[in-house]
Write a protein that binds this ligand. Structure first.
Ligand code: GAR
Length: 217
């Protein structure tokens, strides 16, 4: 941490930013962490409006303005590091990150993914859960490593899939769970209760199972 009382968080978004909002709301009651900046790769991301309304600095870095993935990631790292981030939170940031980026933020980079990892890495997770005939679905917060959606899971929330569910139904219910588990994981990290060791994610001194802490609302 940059000082003993505060965890500086930078949040990366590409869209609506409802997870960002959930974290903003949670941290309003949690003075040991603060969001220093929100960065979007899309100028029209509604999450930027949420950041502005909360008085948080905003940056737009359009990936299309850069020669390649690495040039974009390097520019991103420059902005993040200006804010002396202790934790980088990916909240619907829809870019594949280079190994240079994930190594630079090793052990201080979290992501939320709309599936019960390791199931359904990548995109269209709700439809894929339906197509696979899964009986349960959910979301996972995980530390980010070089493997896409593959880093150690911190926390998962599970819901039952009903026979009549559409992908949109699942998206709505999963989102509601995301808004509960992401702020919790961020708070654990900010409070020094959560870290990543060589052997996996550790919460309160105990190694977490590969499926992470199982959240029940
Ligand atoms: C969330 O459902 C998040 O899990 C997903 O994007 C959505 C962002 O919503 N992330 C991914 O799919 C990353 N692979 P939000 O902008 O409202 O927070």
């Amino acid at each position: 941490m940059t000082d003993s009382n505060s965890c500086n968080i930078v949040v990366l978004i590409s869209g609506s930013g409802s997870n960002l909002q959930a974290i903003i709301d949670d941290l309003a009651e949690h003075p040991t962490a603060r969001i220093c900046a929100v960065i979007s790769n899309k100028a029209d991301a509604y999450g930027l409006v949420r950041a502005e309304q909360a008085g948080i600095a905003q940056h737009v870095l359009n990936h299309k303005d850069f020669a390649d993935r690495l040039a974009f990631d390097q520019a991103l790292m420059n902005v993040i590091d200006q804010h002396q981030a202790d934790l980088v939170v990916l909240a619907g940031f829809m870019r594949i990150l280079t190994p240079e980026f994930t190594r630079h933020y090793a052990q201080r980079l979290l992501n939320i993914h709309p599936s019960l990892l390791p199931k359904h890495k990548g995109l269209n997770t709700h439809q894929r859960a339906l197509d696979a005939g899964d009986q349960t679905h959910g979301c996972s917060v995980h530390f980010v490593t070089e493997e896409l959606d593959g880093g150690p899971v911190v926390i998962q929330a599970t819901l039952p899939i009903q026979a009549e569910d559409t992908a949109n139904d699942l998206a709505i219910r999963v989102h509601a769970l995301e808004h509960q588990i992401y702020p919790l994981a961020v708070r654990w990290f900010a409070d020094g209760r959560l870290h990543l060791s060589d052997q996996g994610a550790v919460l309160d001194g105990q190694y977490l199972a590969s499926s992470g802490f199982q959240f029940h609302s």
